[in-house]
Design a protein around this ligand. Structure first.
Ligand SMILES: [Zn+2]
Length: 218
């Protein structure tokens, strides 16, 4: 359900998927690895479900992992980039699809997941509220003129004091998430769609991304 919901939302927001099929397979990928992406093929870790009495939050993790790996079909699978030299470009944008697009859209899959977890918090109203809070946070960040963080560093050489994973995944997502608020959603998604179409089945760099963004908002 999560794969289907993510697929439809990302198609609508970013652009058309190039292939006729996506295959998803279960795997035992080990610690801290929720999934692995290839063009047209996604592997999802199932190790947390091995015991009959698995922790309930595994359902939530599962929706995150599935939505994330489906997101990679857009950023990495379709718009290729250098995972090693510019890890933020595929992981940050994919994390945005997972957390800032799929998670912030009310879906049947998330609703079913909440039911399995006996949670009553997942409602349309609360999804709307989450959107509002994140927007306020982004605006605060913009207005406060906070300390700059650099994200376009290679995996083996993140900025001093910053963890590689934080740089690529967390800060890598914060950047487009704040851009979305600074530019306004329509302009931001128009630009992201343009980036996707321009580099569809090609390779892009951070500079290519910035050039497209600047076309829509300087
Ligand atoms: Zn990823």
């Amino acid at each position: 359900m999560t794969a289907q919901d993510s697929f439809h939302i990302f198609t609508k927001k970013i652009g058309k998927y190039p292939y006729k099929e996506i295959d998803i397979t279960e795997g035992l990928l080990g610690k801290d690895t929720g999934g692995m992406e290839y063009p047209g093929l996604i592997m999802i870790d199932a190790s947390g479900f091995l015991q009959k009495k698995h922790p309930l939050d595994r359902y939530n993790e599962l929706t995150e992992d599935v939505s994330h790996e489906v997101g990679h079909q857009w950023f990495y699978g379709t718009v290729g980039s250098d995972e090693y030299m510019e890890p933020w470009l595929d992981e940050g944008l994919t994390n945005l699809l997972e957390n800032g697009v799929y998670d912030l859209t009310y879906t049947k899959s998330k609703s079913y997941c909440a039911k399995l977890m006996h949670s009553k918090f997942y409602t349309r109203k609360n999804v709307k509220r989450a959107n509002k809070i994140l927007k306020e946070n982004a605006n605060q960040f913009i207005n406060k003129n906070q300390k700059a963080n650099y994200i376009n560093y290679p995996v083996n050489n993140p900025p001093k004091g910053v963890d590689t994973e934080d740089m690529a995944y967390k800060l890598g997502m914060d950047f487009p998430a704040v851009l979305k608020v600074a530019m306004g959603e329509n302009k931001f998604f128009d630009a992201l769609h343009d980036y996707y179409q321009t580099y569809y089945l090609k390779q892009a760099t951070t500079q290519d991304f910035l050039n497209i963004i600047s076309k829509y908002d300087n």
